[in-house]
Write a protein that binds this ligand. Sequence first.
Ligand SMILES: [Zn+2]
Length: 381
Amino acid sequence: MINTMSEQAKRHWDKVKDLLACPACKSTQLVVQNNQVRCLCGISYPIVRGVPIMIQNARAEDYLPGKYETMDVLSQHDYSPRAKTLIGQYSKGLILDLGAGAKNFSQENIVQLDIFLFPETDIVAQGEALPFKENSFNAVISQAVFEHLRYPELVAAELYRVCKPNAKLKIDTAFLQPVHAYPDHYYNATLEGLKQWFQAFEIEWEGVESYQHPWMTLYWILDAYLAGITDNEKKTQLLNSSVKELYKVLSALRDNQSDTALADVLLTLSYKKQLELASGVSVEVKKTVSAKKEVTYVKQTGIITSSYQVLQLNNRIAELERELNEVKYWLKEKNALLRIKNELIDRLDREVVITNRSWMWYITQLIPQKIAKLRQKWGIK
Ligand SMILES: [Zn+2]
């Protein structure tokens, strides 16, 4: 396979080939064959022009050139000043750019990861299931990505796993930004929320970068608001109003008192536009007897769930499975471990709501106990 690769394909492949682990089971026992990375666990991942697509059930044809070209401009960010400083500090280390997007440049020691295959992408994967060995990276940069993640806490946990001790991470994310879906936008975070996602790490710096200044909030919201007023006359009316007038009308609206023409202009937004710019969103939900979607998902993939604890549990199980996977004469005993895993997953099915405490108990008490017993029984140190 290596012989038939183009120069660029080889450059991508050489960057990541020694870092790979199966995102599903975390095994590093991978076989590269016929443009595929194959894991012992039975999952294969396609390689497209030197880039491994480390997503379960990924199809190579979905990642051929041209598929995501229209998004290039939307997700093209240069590194921020602080990110550049970090890159400078780690010029001899390995850096992960998580959600690198469509950068039009590359650097030998920076691994560009994204869920789409852009020209400079080195590896395609999901943050919740990183396809890397543990302790792989000296530094991580992730810019304007975390608002687009379904499970930001799990991604933080995965970053913890793949980072070397004392690795430094520079993460920025959306706070007061309109919805911008490339392709999905889930969470806007306060600084406290962002720190909560990274609670396992030590905070070395926190703050607002120059491009995150409140003027950007005002600009972005005003820009999106104007775009939402399709009637040109009304748009002009808003543009011609003074800040003083606008503020007065907004205050009156808040007090349910405004019936001016300008208030009328402000209220013309479509529902779709309201969802993009609303100061809050609401749902009404119902608990049904079959509300087990999340649990089913865990069972299917074995990787992703909305609970940090469950990820830790899955990682722990994966770790144990990997140990056993890698030693052939333990094959019989591996079944015993699979039984434990199935037992736990069965329990998940029964207990949709599980307290953190019981999970912690599973992770810190029950599983280690069971494993210790098994190890003793099998004479494994
Ligand atoms: Zn695997």
